[in-house]
Design a protein around this ligand. Sequence first.
Ligand code: PGA
Length: 321
Amino acid sequence: MASSSLTAQVSCGTQPSAPSFSGLRRTCPMLDAAVSFSHQSFCNRVNSSIRLVSSSHRSPRGVVAMAGSGKFFVGGNWKCNGTKDSIAKLVSDLNSASLEADVDVVVSPPFVYIDQVNSSLSDRIEISGQNSWVGKGGAFTGEISVEQLKDIGCKWVILGHSERRHVIGEQDEFIGKKAAYALSEGLGVIACIGEKLEEREAGKTFDVCFDQLKAFADAVPSWDKVVVAYEPVWAIGTGKVASPQQAQEVHVAVRDWLKKNVSEEVASKTRIIYGGSVNGGNCAELAKEEDIDGFLVGGASLKGPEFATIVNSVTSKKVAA
Ligand code: PGA
């Protein structure tokens, strides 16, 4: 997207002037900048135009503060961690954890342990690959095909994770093609987007996220099995979690982008989850935000009880008894 103007990127109805966004503008580089009143009112305006769309789709399950109509979704990305023994312990902890019913729960073990996890983990939790090849398998040394992921029991794949983008060098278009292929074979896709620190400080958060989103949108034929994970790179594995307001303002913008560029129905139904230093202590506050439909969790997903706490943060969206 060419323009970095927030007003050009996010519709704001009759909003006459540029809103003040915490941490997203060139003039406001501090990550922990306070959220201004004008930002709040701007978000409310964007929210209210989306609420009109989503309210008719909202499920009647006694959950409030939820802009989208999709079920809460929590994924555990184990990355390149674990041994047979540590994974047996983690699976055992997950099997004995008590998990709220109205949450989709997925874990993503390293490829070599997927079979072990699939044969020992409760059916309550689905399994995801951490990556997949862009097309049908064959002579692609070191790659794992979508067909193989399905064969070994995966229902999902994480694509576009920042470590694949920025460490391995995967590009937007390639990631979009991977998503299209995985969906065509029936896997669900956890489609990751997110800006680097210098991009946020340069006021380019929305440019980056929307470009990454567009690459998915250009490639995928349907959003039915896509979950969008907003994961600011500066928050991943750093212990520096986005504030609930920082996450919410990007999530609402992503939902608005989907509404304008895909459809109102997709904007309402698509889960937009947050990732980046989510843990048992900060998940409840994040989950209260209307457009945060769950989490993608790295480090804290390696501890069964803490991951269960994060799954169960759905309760902070529910009406108090
Ligand atoms: P983190 O990782 O929770 O360790 O920050 C999140 C992710 O990379 O998905």
